[in-house]
Write a protein that binds this ligand. Structure first.
Ligand SMILES: *[C@@H]1O[C@H](CO)[C@@H](O)[C@H](O)[C@H]1NC(C)=O
Ligand SMILES: *[C@@H]1O[C@H](CO)[C@@H](O)[C@H](O)[C@H]1NC(C)=O
Ligand SMILES: *[C@@H]1O[C@H](CO)[C@@H](O)[C@H](O)[C@H]1NC(C)=O
Ligand SMILES: *[C@@H]1O[C@H](CO)[C@@H](O)[C@H](O)[C@H]1NC(C)=O
Ligand SMILES: *[C@@H]1O[C@H](CO)[C@@H](O)[C@H](O)[C@H]1NC(C)=O
Ligand SMILES: *[C@@H]1O[C@H](CO)[C@@H](O)[C@H](O)[C@H]1NC(C)=O
Length: 927
C-alpha cells in the first residue's frame, strides 16, 4: 500500500478527484546495452527486448539460430546485461506521485533510477511496480538502469544454498543448463528436446513511467470473471441462469474509497447493450471490485470455431468520484461462454449408453460436449520479444485452416501475451493454458511459494476476460512423469515428494485460481487421472485420484510417445483414455528450412551440425559434442522411414537429403493420422474419447522436432494430413496387424446425427479395379460425436486371390449434416486410402504425375496419368511461405486434382510459382 492511499482513506470525502496522469512508454526512449563482464561491449538496445536480440541487431554476434550458435553463445546467458535509458527529461516535476511499471523483467534484475537502487526482481512472470516519487524529487539526471543478472549463474547459486532441496530423480537434469526449477523463468530457456538453450535476459515486456496527480489512479491489471449464477469451477453450470459479471481493477496511486464503478457493455457495432453501476463496490488494498447480473437474454454466446459465432463485447469500466468526474477507466473485449473440464464420475445414464465406468475427462462449451481437435503450442521463438501479433496471426490462421479448435499452450514456456488471447478470441481457438512448471518437482520453501503466489495471482487476473481461455493446468507431465519417476527410483520417498507437489499445485495454486475466478477449471497436472473428490466447502477443494483406480474403469487423459517404430500403426499400442493431450514422433524439417540454418556443406543426413541440432535426445548437460544422444534421435527417424516406406536413394546428394527429410515427415504424418483416427473413433467406444491434441503445432527453430509447422510458417506433411483427418466427417480404416481383422468406420464430430453414403473400391497400383468380395457401398447413420462401423472383415480372407502388396482400398464418404448452431444442411465428404501391406513392400508404379498452373484461377492441377500416386507432394522453393489447400494426398490413375493456395509471405516477386514441383512416394524408388 502506498503512503498516499493511507491518506486517501482519511481524506476521501474532502477532495475532488482529478484524473491527471502522464504515461511515458519506455519503448519510446533510447536504450544502451552494456555488460559488466565485457566492458568493451556497448550497443543500442530496445524495449521490450533481450540481450541476444540487441547484440544480434548490432552485429556483435551472428544469428543465434544459425549453425551451432546455440553452443557458441552461452557466454551471453552466463553474463550480466545492463539496459540503461537516456535521460528521461520529459518527466514532470509537478506530479503527486511517480511510478515505474514493468509488465515483465527476464529475470533477475537490479533497478536503479538516478543512480539510486529502486528494487530487485526475481520472477520473469510477475508485473512489478515501484513508487519512485522520492528518488525523482531529488534527482538531476533521471536515468533508469536495469542490471540483469545471469540466470544460469543465479540458478546454480540458488541450488547450492545450504539446506536447498534435492530430488531423487528429475527429467530437468537431462537438458543443457541445470537448476531451472529453482528459478521463475521460462523453463525451456535452459533447454528442451525441441529447442535451443540460450538463457536470455532483458526487459522482455513493455514498461512505463506513470505520473499521477492527486487522487488519481492508473489501472495496471484487471480481472473480469463471467459465469452463470451458482456456477462453480469444474462443474457443469445451469445454462438457464443469468450471468454474473465480476470486475476488479488493480491500480497504482490514490483513489478515494467512496467511488462508483460504472460499466458500459457494447456489441461489435459499438451499440450499447447495457450500462449502469456495479453493485457491492469495494476499494481496498488498491483494488476496486464490483459486480452486476447480466440477464441471459441480453447477450449472445461466444463459440469456438466450427461451433458457432465468435461473438465479442466491449466492456468499459469507469471509476467515478465526487462530482461525476472519471478517475480511471479501462476497456476490455470479452465474451459470454461457459467452458468446463468435466471430470465427474460416469453417470448411470452414461453407463446405459455403453460408456465404461470411471470418470469423465472432457471439455464442455456452453453446456455441450465437443470433440477437441488440435495440437500443443510451444513458444514460437526462443526470444519472445520477436514474436509479433502479425507472426502469431499467421500461425493461428494455419491453426484454423488446419481444422483445429483447441491448442494446449504448453507450460514451461511463458504466459501468453494478451494479443495472443485476443487473436484466439477472434478466431475461436480455445487455449488450454498452464502455469509455467514442467517436467520437474519444485522447491516449496516459503520464499519460493510466495513468489509463485504473486505470479499466479497476477496472471489469472490478467487473462480471465478472454473467452478463448479454456482451462488452467498446474504444469506439464507432473503426475504421469515426475511423480512416477520418483516412485520408480525412490518409492520410500514418494510420500514426501507427493506432499510437496500438493503444497505447490493444490494448496498454493488452486485456492488462488478458485479465489479469483468461478469460470475456469483447474487441474494440477496436464496429464492425470483427474480428481477423486471435489469439495468446494474446503479451502482446497481437489483430492487427486493418482493411482486409486478400479480395474476396468477409465480415468483421465493420456500422453503417449513410443519411439520403437515397429509398434507404429498397431492400435493395441495406443493408450485408451478419455482424451489424448500429447502424442507424437519427430521428423526432419524441409530442405528449404535447413538451408536457412546450416551451411550448404551440412545439407546431408549425417552432418554433425544437423545431429547436434537434434535435441532428441537432449545432450544431458553443457557438453557441446554429445553426438550420441542426437544420433539416437536421427536413428529413430531413419529406422521408421526405412521400415515403412521405400528408401530414398537419389544420385544427387541434395535431392537425396530432401527425399529423406520428406520421408521422415511422411512417417510422422502417417503415424499421427493413425493415432488421431483411433482417438476419434474412441468417441464411439467405451472410453468415450473426446479430444486429441498432438505434440506439437510449430517450431521455434530449424531442427528435427515433433512440429507440423516449420520455423518460418511452412507446413510439414503433418499439418496437411492433420487438416484432412480433423475434418468433421471422416472415413477410416482399422487393421489389426496381428489377426488381419479389418474394419472401416465413419466418424463424425458434428452435434447431430448425419446420414452418410460410403463407397469402397479396391485397386492395384496400376489402377486396375480388383474384384474383392466386400460390399462396395453402404448407407449409414452416425450419431452426434460418434462413429459407425461400415465394414468388418479380414484382409487375409478377402485378399486371398490378390497380392496385398498390390492391393489398395479407396474409401469415400459423402454425408448430409449440419454444423453445431447452424440450420444449414451441408455435404461433408472425405476420401481415405488403405494399403494392405506396408508401403516399403508396395508394388509402386510410375504414376506419371503432371503438374500445371493456371494464372486465371490461381490454382495448380496435378494429374496421375499412368498409375496410383501415393503421398503426392507439391513442393515450393525458399523465399516464400504459403500453404496449399491440400497436399500429401493420393490420386487414382487418371484422376486430377485442382489445388489452390494462400500466400503468407513472398520475397520472390511471384517467381516461386515457377519453382513448384510435384513428386510422390514412387519417386523415392528411382535414383
Ligand atoms: C559475469 O560476471 C558475473 C558476476 O561477476 C559472474 O558470476 C559470471 O561468471 C561472469 N560471466 C562470465 C561469462 O564471465
Ligand atoms: C549482476 O546482476 C545481479 C542481479 O541484478 C546483481 O545482483 C549483481 O550485482 C550483478 N553483478 C554485476 C557484476 O553487475
Ligand atoms: C552451473 O553448474 C553446472 C553443473 O554443476 C556447470 O556445468 C555450469 O558451468 C554452471 N554454470 C555457471 C554459469 O556457472
Ligand atoms: C467502434 O469504436 C471504435 C473506437 O472506439 C472504433 O475504432 C471502431 O471502428 C468502432 N466500430 C464500429 C463498427 O463502428
Ligand atoms: C494486496 O495486494 C497485493 C498485490 O496485489 C497482494 O499481494 C496482497 O496479498 C493483498 N493484501 C491483502 C490483504 O489482500
Ligand atoms: C452483492 O452482495 C450480495 C451480498 O453478499 C450478494 O447477495 C449479491 O449477489 C452481490 N451482487 C453481485 C452483483 O455480485
Amino acid at each position: 500500500m502506498s503512503r498516499r492511499s493511507t491518506q486517501a482513506i482519511l481524506a476521501a470525502s474532502l477532495v475532488t478527484a482529478s484524473c491527471s496522469q502522464q504515461v511515458l512508454d519506455l519503448s519510446s526512449v533510447k536504450w544502451t546495452v552494456t555488460s559488466p563482464n565485457f566492458t568493451y561491449i556497448s550497443v543500442p538496445g530496445k524495449l521490450p527486448s533481450q540481450a541476444h536480440i540487441d547484440l544480434y541487431a548490432a552485429q556483435v554476434i551472428g544469428n543465434p539460430l544459425f549453425g551451432l550458435n546455440d553452443f557458441n553463445l552461452r557466454w551471453i546467458g552466463d553474463s550480466n546485461w545492463t539496459y540503461t535509458s537516456e535521460s528521461l527529461n520529459s518527466l514532470s516535476k509537478n506530479s503527486s506521485s511517480t511510478w515505474l511499471l514493468f509488465n515483465g523483467l527476464d529475470t533477475f534484475s537490479s533497478i536503479e533510477l538516478c543512480g539510486k537502487h529502486v528494487a530487485s526482481t526475481n520472477n520473469q512472470f510477475r508485473q512489478y511496480y515501484f513508487e519512485v516519487s522520492d528518488i525523482l524529487s531529488s534527482c538531476q539526471d533521471p536515468v533508469l538502469s536495469i542490471n540483469f543478472g545471469s540466470a544460469t549463474v543465479i540458478a546454480n547459486a540458488t541450488a547450492n544454498e545450504p539446506g536447498q532441496e534435492t530430488w531423487p530423480y528429475s527429467v530437468e537434469g537431462l537438458f543443457e543448463f541445470p537448476n531451472r526449477q529453482f528459478i521463475r523463468k521460462e523453463q525451456n530457456d535452459f533447454g528442451w528436446d525441441w529447442g535451443p538453450a540460450f538463457a536470455p535476459a532483458g526487459p522482455w515486456q513493455p514498461a512505463y513511467v506513470i505520473q499521477l496527480g492527486a487522487w488519481s489512479g492508473y489501472i495496471r491489471n484487471t480481472l473480469i470473471d463471467v459465469y452463470r449464477e451458482g456456477q462453480l469451477n469444474l462443474l457443469p453450470p445451469d445454462q438457464s441462469k443469468d450471468w454474473v459479471l465480476n470486475a476488479s481493477l488493480d491500480y497504482m496511486g490514490s483513489i478515494p474509497t467512496d467511488v462508483v464503478l460504472n460499466y458500459v457493455l457494447q456489441d461489435s457495432n459499438n451499440a450499447t447493450i447495457l450500462s449502469g453501476q456495479l453493485s457491492n463496490v469495494t476499494n481496498h488494498n488498491n483494488t476496486i471490485t464490483g459486480g452486476v447480473v447480466i440477464p441471459r437474454d441480453a447477450v449472445d454466446l461466444w463459440w469456438p470455431v466450427g461451433m458457432g459465432p465468435q461473438t465479442l463485447y466491449k466492456l468499459s469500466l469507469n471509476v467515478v468520484g465526487n462530482g461525476n468526474s472519471t478517475i480511471a477507466s479501462v476497456t476490455k473485449r470479452m465474451g459470454f461462454r461457459t467452458i468446463i473440464l468435466n471430470e465427474l464420475p460416469i453417470s448411470q445414464a452414461q453407463l446405459d449408453q455403453g460408456i465404461a465406468p470411471g470418470n469423465n475427462w472432457h471439455f464442455e462449451i456452453n453446456g455441450h460436449e465437443f470433440y477437441a481437435k488440435g495440437s500443443n503450442f510451444i513458444p514460437p521463438d526462443p526470444f519472445w520479444p520477436t514474436v509479433t501479433e502479425a507472426r502469431l496471426r499467421q500461425l493461428f490462421e494455419s491453426v484454423v485452416d488446419g481444422n483445429q479448435n483447441m491448442l494446449r499452450v504448453w507450460s514451461s514456456g511463458a504466459y501468453s501475451p494478451d494479443f495472443m488471447y485476443d487473436l484466439a478470441d477472434e478466431m475461436g481457438i480455445m487455449l488450454w493454458s498452464e502455469f509455467e512448471f514442467g517436467d520437474a518437482l519444485y522447491p516449496v520453501d516459503q520464499a519460493f511459494l510466495d513468489n509463485v503466489k504473486e505470479e499466479v495471482f497476477y496472471q489469472v487476473r490478467r487473462v480471465n476476460h478472454h473467452p478463448s481461455l479454456a482451462f488452467w493446468a498446474g504444469g506439464n507431465e507432473l503426475e504421469n512423469l515426475e511423480l512416477y519417476l520418483v516412485n520408480q527410483s525412490a518409492p520410500d520417498q514418494l510420500d514426501r515428494y507427493m506432499a510437496e507437489y500438493e503444497t505447490l499445485f493444490l494448496d498454493t495454486i488452486a485456492p488462488i485460481v478458485f479465489g479469483q475466478t468461478r469460470s475456469i477449471s483447474y487441474s494440477p497436472s496436464s496429464t492425470s487421472n483427474g480428481w477423486q473428490e471435489l469439495n468446494f466447502s474446503l479451502p482446497q477443494p481437489i483430492t487427486e485420484r493418482y493411482e486409486n483406480v478400479t480395474p476396468g474403469s477409465i480415468y483421465g487423459d493420456t500422453d503417449h510417445y513410443d519411439y520403437d517404430s515397429s509398434h507404429s500403426f498397431n492400435f493395441s499400442t495406443y493408450p485408451v483414455g478419455r482424451f489424448a493431450n500429447e502424442f507424437g514422433y519427430h521428423s526432419m524439417p524441409s530442405l528449404q528450412t535447413w538451408q536457412q540454418a546450416v551451411d550448404p556443406s551440412d545439407l546431408h543426413f549425417n552432418s554433425s551440425v544437423i545431429t547436434l541440432r537434434n535435441h532428441h535426445y537432449p545432450s544431458g548437460g553443457l557438453n557441446t559434442s554429445n553426438y550420441v544422444n542426437g544420433s539416437k534421435g536421427m536413428g529413430e527417424m531413419t529406422i521408421a522411414a526405412q521400415r515403412w516406406y521405400p528408401v530414398p536413394n537419389k544420385r544427387d546428394p541434395l535431392a537425396n537429403f530432401s527425399a529423406w527429410c520428406q520421408t521422415t515427415q511422411i512417417f510422422q504424418a502417417d503415424y499421427y493420422s493413425s493415432q488421431i483416427q483411433f482417438y476419434r473413433r474412441g468417441s464411439a467406444m467405451p472410453e468415450r474419447q473426446l479430444g486429441s491434441l498432438y505434440w506439437q503445432l510449430e517450431d521455434q527453430w530449424q531442427a528435427p522436432t515433433w512440429a507440423g509447422i516449420e520455423y518460418d510458417g511452412r507446413w510439414k506433411v503433418l499439418h496437411y494430413v492433420a487438416k484432412d483427418i480433423y475434418q468433421p466427417v471422416i472415413i477410416s480404416p482399422f487393421l489389426n496387424v496381428t489377426s488381419h481383422d479389418f474394419e472401416v468406420w465413419v466418424i463424425s464430430d458434428l452435434w447431430s446425427e448425419i446420414s452418410a453414403s460410403v463407397s469402397l473400391s479396391w485397386y492395384d497400383w496400376s489402377g486396375n479395379k480388383l474384384n474383392v468380395s466386400n460390399p462396395s457401398s453402404a448407407h449409414v447413420r452416425v450419431g452426434a460425436i460418434n462413429a459407425t462401423q461400415v465394414l468388418s472383415t479380414n484382409t487375409n480372407e478377402i485378399l486371398s486371390d490378390y497380392d496385398p502388396a498390390n492391393s489398395i482400398l479407396v474409401m469415400e464418404v459423402s454425408a448430409q449434416g449440419t454444423r453445431p448452431n447452424s440450420k444449414r444442411t451441408e455435404t461433408f465428404t472425405h476420401k481415405n486410402w488403405f494399403h494392405a501391406d506396408r508401403l516399403s513392400n508396395a508394388k509402386l508404379v510410375d504414376p506419371g504425375l503432371e503438374l500445371s498452373h493456371s494464372n486465371s484461377t490461381s490454382t495448380f492441377t496435378v494429374k496421375a496419368t499412368k498409375g496410383v500416386a501415393a503421398w503426392v507432394w507439391l513442393d515450393y522453393p525458399s523465399g516464400a511461405v504459403l500453404n496449399f489447400d491440400a497436399n500429401s494426398f493420393w490420386l487414382l490413375t487418371g484422376e486430377e486434382r485442382e489445388v489452390g493456395y494462400t500466400v503468407k509471405s513472398d520475397t520472390t516477386g511471384g517467381k516461386w510459382i515457377d519453382g513448384v514441383t510435384v513428386r510422390s512416394l514412387w519417386d523415392n524408388t528411382v535414383p
